[in-house]
Design a protein around this ligand. Structure first.
Ligand SMILES: [Zn+2]
Length: 479
């Protein structure tokens, strides 16, 4: 079965057919480094981290590029607010971006180009656009003329009239069409600038991504991703610029994340509900945050509420408790050393987990369904571990389920924690101690104490089982 991917360009799911067999080139729009990243940004970055990991799991060699937009209007504005240079703002927030992204367990891309590293390439590209009649110069600015590109609007599936409705009322009178956009912006005093055939200035945001993607992935590549808000105008303009010059298709598949809302409202400065990743990391583990972000399908909106983190935490806990129970049971079975005649086979549990997981992820990276596969596994596993059947399992099969959970969990960046060995060993020894004290009490015929030990352990969720081989314990919860 091929991986099916929803393409914004065709508005349908299509099989992933790489340009070069076995290899995937993928580009996502990275942060504009003028502030800390918020949880909405993190949704996009975590999701594409998972896409990359899954494609690697599927055996593809993925070349992943995520840019850093380090020269842009917002950065200049921030520099003026903070009284430092734009370069200093960019430097500072690039560092913070990597700190936050690393904290969330997002693997670094193969390349993180910075826009300011590729200014000469951008300039020569703009020259080609002018030469070919797709761009025009007014004063010291250069604009892209969208009416020269007949497919303009193909990604947002809107015609020019419809797209016009989103345009602000104030339009630069120098534009030939209100939707024309800047390829090169002349420098105002105090702004960062580079020399160009049109005087001192800087590139527009859209041209930056066209250059940074094709530099590392070629003029045509497999996947371009980003947040839903980037479809128009950013990605539409990237397509117009790139296809105009090369005559090629640019990115084949366009993937876009849905919005993240806070208690049903859009995150915005005016509502004061912008939630930074940094703040969230103070109250939740990275794994809990990842679980929350992956708990909705990436194309659908996701709502962050007061309960979101608690829910994710208890969901993860359920899996960990089951894994720990399985681990203990495997240990006990090994200690007991006798294999039951009528062994219960657990193979189907592991096989189903893998099959369900792959089916979900193959279907346009359906992470909520993939996560649900782990909970189905937990239910099946608990059903066995909570019953006398637990004694008829094969320890190696229990271990195999644990290993598969961890292996598939790596794709999502979940279920990688291990219980501290020291803790586990100590609680094991303490329980063994109580069991031997109870045995001594029974030998002394002090049944009152023996029963008390047993019932108080039951209160703690630990049940004892007396067998001819000795007394064994099982815990309902992680201990
Ligand atoms: Zn971009």
């Amino acid at each position: 079965m091929p991986v099916m991917v929803y393409n914004t360009l065709t508005r349908s799911k299509q099989p992933l057919e790489p340009i070069e067999p076995g290899k995937i080139g993928m580009y996502t729009c990275g942060p504009t480094v003028y502030n800390f990243i918020h949880i909405g940004n993190a949704r996009v970055f975590v999701f594409f981290d998972v896409v990359r990991r899954y494609l690697q799991y599927r055996g593809y060699r993925v070349r992943y590029v995520q840019n850093i937009t380090d020269v842009e209007d917002k950065i200049i504005k921030r520099a003026n607010e903070e009284g430092i240079t734009a370069a200093e703002v960019a430097e500072k927030y690039t560092r913070y971006y990597f700190e936050d992204s690393d904290s969330l367990g997002i693997q670094r891309a193969d390349y993180h180009p910075r826009a300011t590293d590729l200014i000469p390439e951008m300039i020569s590209y703009i020259e080609r656009l002018i030469e070919k009649g797709f761009a025009y110069q007014v004063d010291d600015d250069v604009f892209y003329e969208i009416s020269t590109f007949k497919d303009y609007g193909r990604l947002s599936h809107q015609n020019l009239e419809e797209l016009m409705q989103g345009v602000r009322i104030e339009v630069d009178p120098r534009l030939r069409h209100p939707l024309d956009f800047a390829l090169w912006k002349s420098a105002k005093p105090g702004e960062p600038s580079w020399d160009s055939p049109w005087g001192k200035g800087r590139p527009g945001w859209h041209i930056e991504c066209s250059i940074m993607s094709s530099k590392y992935l070629g003029e045509e590549f497999d996947i371009h991703g980003g947040g839903h808000d980037l479809i128009f105008p950013h990605h539409e303009n990237e397509i117009a610029q790139s296809c105009a010059v090369t005559g090629k298709g640019f990115a084949r598949i366009w993937m876009h994340n849905g919005y993240l809302n806070i208690s049903g409202q859009k995150m915005s400065k005016s509502l004061g509900n912008i939630t930074l990743v940094r703040e969230m990391l103070n109250v939740a583990t990275p794994e809990v945050i990842r679980h929350f972000l992956l708990s909705a399908h990436y194309r659908k909106p996701i709502d962050f509420t007061d309960d979101s983190l608690k829910e994710s935490e208890s969901a993860l806990q359920r899996v960990y408790i089951a894994l720990e129970k399985a681990e203990r049971q495997a240990l006990l079975l090994e200690k007991r050393g006798r294999q039951s005649e009528e062994a219960v086979s657990l193979e189907s549990i592991g096989a189903r987990l893998r099959a369900d997981f792959e089916e979900a992820m193959d279907d346009d990276f359906n992470t909520p369904k993939a996560i649900a596969a782990f909970f189905d596994m937990v239910r099946s596993l608990n059903k066995i571990l909570d019953e006398p059947d637990a004694w008829n399992c094969k320890p190696e099969e229990l271990r195999s389920i644990i290993d598969q959970t961890r292996e598939l969990g790596t794709v999502l960046g979940l279920f990688q924690q291990k219980a501290s060995r020291a803790d586990t060993e100590l609680s094991d020894r303490l329980l063994d101690l109580l069991i031997s004290l109870r045995a001594e009490a029974r030998t002394r015929k002090d049944y009152q104490l023996a029963d008390s030990i047993r019932s108080r352990l039951t209160d703690l969720g630990v049940s004892l089982e007396d067998t001819p081989e000795g007394t064994f314990w099982r815990a309902k919860q992680a201990v």
